[in-house]
Design a protein around this ligand. Structure first.
Ligand SMILES: Cc1cc2nc3c(=O)[nH]c(=O)nc-3n(C[C@H](O)[C@H](O)[C@H](O)COP(=O)(O)O)c2cc1C
Length: 221
C-alpha cells in the first residue's frame, strides 16, 4: 500500500500519461517564453547515452526555438519541403526497384504527396512554435534513441502545462542539410535532429485508448 503522497503522485502521473496526445490543430497565440523554457528543462532532464557522448567537451543537447512568421521559420520551411520532394523521388525509385515496398509505404507516400500538393508541412508554421532538438552524434550511435527520450519528456511536460504538442519527425531528415544546419548555427552531420510543434491546443482530445496490458504481455516462466 502506498502512502497518501505516493498515491497522489501516481494519480497525477497516470493522468498526464493518459492525456498526452498528438495535437495537430493549434490556436494562433504564442506560448510564453517561460512555458517553452519549462518544456526544454524537462527535455534536459531526460536520459542520454553517456557512454556514447561522455567525452564531448561541448554539451551534447541543444534546443532551437522558432516562432511562426519569424525569419528562421520562413527560411527552414522551403528547405524541409525540398527534402520532402527529394525523399518522395528517392522513394519512387526505390519502389520501382522493389514493388513490394509500394504497399508497405503507401501510407507514408500519401502523407508526402499531401505535403507537396498543399505546401503545408504539419508542425512547421501550423503551430506557433517549432522546436528543433539536436543531439551530438556519438559512438556507438545512440542519438536518435536519446532524442526520443528527450522529446517524450518535453511532451509530458507540455501536457502537464495544458499545451498541445506534435512530433515533426521529418526534422530528422535535415541533420545533414547544410542550409538547414546553417540556420541553426551548427555544422551539418555532427548532430542528429528531431522536432516538435507546440502551442495552445485548438481542441480537447480524449485520453489515449490502448489495449489492456494483459492482452499484449507474456509473463515468461
Ligand atoms: C517516432 C515517431 C514519429 C512520429 N512522427 C510524427 C509526425 O511527424 N507528425 C505527427 O503528427 N505525429 C507523429 N507521431 C505521432 C504518432 O502518430 C502518434 O503518437 C500516434 O498516432 C498515437 O497518437 P497519440 O500520440 O495521440 O497517442 C510520431 C510518433 C512517433 C513515435
Amino acid at each position: 500500500m502506498g502512502t497518501d503522497i505516493s498515491i497522489q503522485r501516481n494519480v497525477y502521473l497516470d493522468q498526464i500519461l493518459a492525456e498526452r496526445r498528438s495535437h495537430r490543430q493549434f490556436r494562433p497565440d504564442f506560448c510564453s517564453d517561460d512555458e517553452i523554457r519549462r518544456i526544454l528543462h524537462a527535455g534536459l532532464l531526460a536520459p542520454f547515452a553517456a557512454a556514447a557522448v561522455g567525452n564531448s567537451h561541448d554539451y551534447f543537447r541543444r534546443f532551437f526555438v522558432m516562432r511562426r512568421g519569424s525569419k528562421s521559420m520562413r527560411s527552414v520551411h522551403p528547405l524541409v519541403m525540398a527534402q520532402i520532394t527529394k525523399l518522395s523521388a528517392d522513394l519512387e525509385k526505390e519502389m520501382e526497384r522493389d514493388p513490394s515496398l509500394r504497399k508497405r509505404a503507401s501510407g507514408f507516400v500519401r502523407i508526402l504527396t499531401r505535403m507537396q500538393e498543399t505546401g503545408i508541412i504539419p508542425g512547421i508554421g501550423t503551430a506557433p512554435h517549432y522546436i528543433v532538438v539536436a543531439e551530438r552524434t556519438g559512438f556507438p550511435p545512440a542519438e536518435l534513441q536519446s532524442l526520443a527520450h528527450c522529446l517524450e519528456n518535453m511532451w509530458l511536460k507540455a501536457t502537464a502545462l495544458g499545451l498541445g504538442f506534435q512530433l515533426v519527425s521529418v526534422t530528422s531528415r535535415m541533420s545533414a542539410d547544410p542550409a538547414f544546419c546553417s540556420v541553426l548555427g551548427i555544422p551539418p552531420g555532427e548532430w542528429e535532429l528531431m522536432g516538435c510543434a507546440v502551442g495552445y491546443p485548438a481542441d480537447e482530445l480524449s485520453p489515449s485508448i490502448r489495449p489492456p496490458v494483459e492482452d499484449v504481455t507474456v509473463w515468461l516462466p
